[in-house]
Every structure is written in C-alpha cells, then in structure tokens.
Design a protein around this ligand. Structure first.
Ligand code: SF4
Length: 469
C-alpha cells in the first residue's frame, strides 16, 4: 500500500481522527451505499438508521463526540468539507423534530439515545475501534456494514481490513513496487538504500512517488493548502481564550503564554529556554482548537495534531534560513516517516497507545525539521529514531475520553522533543546505534503488550487518577 502525504495529513475537524473523523467518514460512506441501493434493495423503503459503537469507540465515544460525528455522517457531512455552522443548525433541527433527513433518502425518525448504541461489551474482533451501521425497513435489515476506524481518520470495512491483512504477507515496499511507484520504500532501511542508490533526498523520492498520481502543480497546491490550514489553526488558537467544552473546565492557555512571550521578546526578561515555550504555545494552540472541534490537519492524528504544525511554525518563524520550499521538504519528509510507521506498526492510540500518536508525530516532525535544515537522509532517519525512541511505552489515557488531558500538553512536549531530536541528529553524521525500523518494531511489540485499559479506553492511567472537578 502507498500512503500519500495527503493521507498522512488530512484536513478535518476535531477532536479526534479515529473517534470523530473516521466514524463521520464511515457514516458518510454508509449513507452513499444506502443511497445506491442497487439491485439489493429499494432505498425508498428506508424507515430507520442505526449505529452500534464497540470497543474504544464506545468507551471514549462520548468524550470524543463520536455520536455527533456519526449523525453528521448520516446527514452527508464529511470532515474535509464540514461547515461547522451548517452542521450545528442541522443537529439542532434533528433534536427539535426527532427526524433525520439523509440526502436522497426518505426522512426517518431519529433519537440519538436509541439509534446510536454505545456497546460496552467485547470489542469487535478485528480492531479496537469498530462500528456497525444499519439501514432498516420496519425492523428488517436492508443493509448492514461493519467499519473500523484504524487511526488518523483512515477507515476500512471488514472485508477491506481482511484483504489488507492478507496482503501484509507481502512487505509494504513490495506492494508499492507492484503498484509502480518509483521509490517503493516500505521501511527506513529501504528508504536509506534507495536514497543512496539514486542520490535523492527523502523528500525528492517522496515527491516522485506523489507525482505518479498527481501533477506537480497539484502536489504543490495540496502542500500549500495543508501548510495554510495548519498555520491558520495555530493563529486561531493563539487568538482564542476561554474554557474548552466537555466538563473538565480546562482553560485555554496558548494565547496567554504567547502574549507573554511576545511581550518579553528581545528584553532582558526573555529566558534562554523560552524557545520551548514558543513551541509549546504553538502546539497548545492547535490542540485547544482540536478539543473545541475546530478545523485541524491530522498529523498523523487529531490527538497529535499539534506537533508537526508547531515545529513547522518554529522552523518558519525562528530558524535561520527557513524558506517556503523548506516547508514542502518538511511535509514530504515527515509524511515519508509517518507512512513507514503506519505500514509497519500503527498510528492509532487505541491500537498501540500514545507512543503511536504523539510518538509518531514527534518522529515525523523531527525528520521534517532535520531535512528542512539540510540534514542528510541518514541524519533524517536518526532524528526520527531519537524522537520515537523517547516516547516508547507511552500510554493513552485521556481523562473522561476528552482529547484534553494529557493530550494538549503532550503535544507541546512532543514538539520540544522533536526539535531536540533533529538538533542532536544534525550534530552527528547519521551513524547511530538503533535503526529506526527496530524502534518502530519495538513500539509495535510494546503496544501489543500494553493492557487494553491503557489504549484509549479511559479505564486506566490518568483517566482513573484525576481529581473530581
Ligand atoms: S493520550 Fe495520546 S493517543 Fe490518547 S487521545 Fe490523547 S493524544 Fe491521542
């Protein structure tokens, strides 16, 4: 499988890629399948729509607004194009009337309490984030489909997941080769070998792969749109104050920190470690926006959406010699690393804990910054490895299932580690003890050994050790 830069980075909405964007996308896909009907059934006979959420989607779905996401998907909304005001108006109308009007289908009675079922029993067998969607006609099932939200907003039906697991017998690089990509690297070792044989950087190889499916102009425009969305998100977060939704009474902090940094800049009050505060403010801004349901770029997930944008802002606003083409190099390199992690382990907190979310994001950001600052391919691989290695074992334990505590601060720390990792790698010549591939495999094994309560179920860790508000 080839994972594009536009798969790793997707424009969407908060608060969660796996629990909000994925379920919304799945519900919208199911809606299309019902609209099509085909020879199997007559869509005009529809009388009810129903969603059943399992595993982590059930345990943390309320905190992640999964029910809201599913309902919006059934109304035909999709994360990339969602207009928050229009969506809210449609939800208000649905609650007031008790009716849901899916486009192209008969209007149906809809009660969120009854038609979105949180199933706290065993998860579905194939993935921690499973859901079943049903279209009914007077109690009889017209269509039922099982979807899995597999992290970063990616979804798969049961048959797609089965097929992809059987394809896994072929290594990722071989799969890409069979699809005709010029640089079919499925591991960091292959990436380094191909770079050495071709004399190309990671970003150049990734760009060549991207250009098999899109024109160079389309790739450039897409990267610019991703960058603009990331930076707009930071700017909104740095302007906005107040309390985040969800009941934890968590206050937004990015604006206050940023205001103090701006006031102290260039004065004797500015501490040398203030650069860490700048990074944290940028990351907090994104994750506060994400927690409030705002527009973000999954990087590679929503929970970890602050790390890469924060480090890009750091590169653009604080680093000597930063350029716009450098941002493209950053994004392409970060996406190359994210694709390798996703192919060989996971970027899902529900599968492998937060090491797979913030750890992967930090590795991507470290690699991106290292490349943008002129690092060699070996230094880039080293930077990613340093950042990932020092997130190994990190659990996912969001309090009340909200992507707020520990998630928001964790992004700030992930960004700081990414910059340190890139800097350490740039001080070396790329030779180092632990290859990135081994570190990714360690993350996978560690995540599999983690008890379920530490994998986005909010049944362990900080999620059960917090003071009542
Ligand atoms: S703890 Fe980490 S993996 Fe879990 S929801 Fe928060 S950011 Fe995502």
């Amino acid at each position: 499988m080839f994972i594009s830069v536009f798969d790793i980075f997707k424009i969407g909405v908060g608060p969660s890629s796996s629990h909000t964007m994925g379920p919304m996308t799945a519900a919208a896909a199911f809606l299309k399948a019902v609209q099509d009907g085909g020879a199997a059934f007559d869509p005009a006979k529809l009388t009810a729509l129903e969603a059943q959420l399992y595993g982590s989607l059930a345990f943390t779905g309320k905190g992640h607004a999964t029910d809201r996401a599913v309902i919006l998907g059934l109304m035909g909304f999709e994360p990339a194009s969602l207009d928050a005001d229009v969506a809210e108006a449609r939800l208000t109308e649905m609650r007031a009337t008790g009716r849901l009007a899916p486009p192209g289908l008969p209007e149906v009675a809809f009660d969120p309490e009854r038609h979105v079922i949180f199933d706290y029993g065993p998860p579905l067998a194939m993935h921690a984030n499973g859901m079943k969607l049903r279209a009914l006609s007077n109690g009889a099932v017209l269509l039922e489909e099982t979807y899995y939200s597999i992290g970063g907003g990616f979804i798969a039906t049961e048959s797609e997941l089965l097929a992809s697991r059987s394809r896994k017998s072929a290594p990722p690089g071989a799969q890409q080769q069979s699809l005709g990509y010029p640089y079919p690297f499925g591991s960091a070792a292959e990436m380094l070998r191909m770079g050495s044989e071709s004399g190309r950087t990671v970003a150049e190889m990734k760009l060549a792969n991207e250009e098999t499916a899109r024109s160079p102009e389309a790739v450039r425009q897409g990267l610019a749109a991703l960058h603009a969305t990331m930076q707009n998100c930071i700017d909104r977060g740095l302007r906005t104050e107040g309390e985040l939704p969800g009941g934890l009474k968590v206050k937004r902090r990015a604006k206050a920190i940023h205001d103090r940094l701006v006031a102290a800049r260039g004065t004797s009050a500015a501490q040398p470690h203030a650069v860490n505060d700048w990074l944290a403010a940028y990351a907090l801004a994104v994750n506060e926006e994400n927690a409030a349901g705002g527009r973000v770029v999954t990087s590679p997930t929503n929970g970890a959406a602050g790390v890469v944008p924060a480090v890009i802002r750091y590169y653009r606003s604080h680093c000597v010699g930063a350029t716009d083409p450098g941002v493209e190099v950053f994004l392409l390199t970060a996406a190359a690393i994210g694709g390798i992690v996703k192919e060989n382990a996971s970027i899902s907190g529900a599968e492998l804990g937060c090491q797979a979310e913030v750890g992967s994001a930090s590795a991507m950001a470290a690699a991106g910054l290292c490349a943008a600052l002129g690092g060699t391919n070996a230094q880039v691989e080293n930077a990613a490895e340093i950042a990932l290695e020092h997130h190994l074992g990190m659990t996912c334990d969001p309090v009340r299932g909200l992507v707020q505590v520990p998630c928001i601060e964790r992004n700030g720390l992930g960004a700081i580690k990414a910059v340190s990792a890139a800097s350490l790698a740039l001080h070396g010549d790329g030779t180092h003890f632990m290859p990135l591939d081994n570190c990714i495999e360690t993350m996978r094994q560690t995540g599999l050994d983690m008890r379920e309560k530490y994998k986005e179920t909010s049944l362990g860790g900080l999620a059960v050790n917090f003071p009542e508000c």
